[in-house]
Design a protein around this ligand. Structure first.
Ligand SMILES: [Zn+2]
Length: 168
């Protein structure tokens, strides 16, 4: 299974490329918005959020963290013209299941002391409550001068039902 990703790519990309007809899209997102969400494998942003190809940036990381995504958000907004951000966390997120100390312990157990040293100052940005984390991230963005003029809304996507519900 170590190369299942490559196997899927080889098979899936052939069929995708054979049907592909959208090779002339512009670089900046045509609908001028960005989505920030979690890397969770159960979320299919294009399908779940109705995003046409070329319309929006989709930025993903563990937890859909605004701090982690800040660099990409600035590029999206300042260099590529997006003016709206949908910040979407989700139910049953892995980030609810550990804290920094636990993550560092796992690295030490799996990879040893040298590896543990490499992550000793890394903030994994876990959170104990989804709704509060959405509010915190939206406010963290709204507090920054560089985000002024960007319309930011916060959402929770429900992995059990496929529904996205607005929080703020
Ligand atoms: Zn998640």
């Amino acid at each position: 299974m170590a190369n299942q990703g490559e196997l899927n790519l080889n098979e899936g990309n052939k069929s995708y490329a054979s049907r592909f007809t959208d090779g002339k899209l512009a670089l900046p997102p045509s609908q001028k918005y960005a989505v920030l969400t979690c890397m969770d494998a159960r979320i299919d942003p294009s399908a779940a959020l109705g995003i046409p190809l070329g319309a929006a940036h989709v930025i993903r990381n563990a937890g859909g963290s605004a701090r982690d995504a800040f660099r990409s958000l600035i590029i999206s907004q300042q260099l590529l013209g997006t003016t709206e951000l949908l910040l979407i966390k989700h139910t049953d997120c892995g980030m609810l299941t550990f804290d920094n100390a636990a993550a560092r312990d796992i690295v030490r157990k799996n990879k040893g002391d040298t590896a543990a040293k490499e992550v000793e100052n890394l903030d994994f940005l876990p959170f104990p409550n989804i709704e509060q984390a959405v509010l915190d991230d939206v406010r963290w963005l709204q507090d920054r001068a560089v985000e002024q003029g960007v319309r930011v809304t916060g959402w929770i996507y429900h992995v059990e039902t496929g529904e996205a519900k607005r929080v703020i």
